[in-house]
Write a protein that binds this ligand. Sequence first.
Ligand code: SF4
Ligand code: SF4
Length: 187
Amino acid sequence: MVLTNDLPSVACWVSQMASSFTSSNIRGDFGLPCFLRVLPGVNCCAIVLSLLIRANQMNNTAKLAKIDALLGGLPAFQCKEGCFDCCGPVIMSRMEYMRCIQASGRTAEDVKRQMQKNLKQGIYTCPLLDPETKKCSVYTVRPAICRLFGVVKGELLCPHGCAPESSALLTDAQSREILRKVEELGK
Ligand code: SF4
Ligand code: SF4
């Protein structure tokens, strides 16, 4: 019978198709079978990569929004005019750092170079402080530690007595908890 005789060749063809779909010439750069590659002009790895980057960007935006929501509730107060005494080298999370660099309009390398130059000269001023205006160059996106300074009872109080109402001051435990959450979100 024709059908019976053809069965082995059909099975063989299916097997060849299956193996060709998993062969190295149509595997993605991640080593996975890449079916989109059979379409002319489609680089599936570029598509997957751009989707991953986009998902990561959306994730980062959501995390930064959560950080901003946490910091947005901190009490406000008026600083001494022209003062930048608490603008020393500060520690911040990775995402806060990336946002500050972006807002500064400089490169991370440039900021780092200035920091190293400052330290060599015994200058402990934050490299994000504008050397001309003596104002924070990234004020609207300044990191958590800069926003907490002056609003926490104890060591983070302003040396010039600038502060919100005493009833609004945070406890040390509250400020540590905020920093912990920001650090976690901003990894
Ligand atoms: S918190 Fe105090 S030390 Fe810091 S900038 Fe304001 S006035 Fe100056
Ligand atoms: S980031 Fe801005 S507010 Fe914070 S220490 Fe630097 S210059 Fe001061």
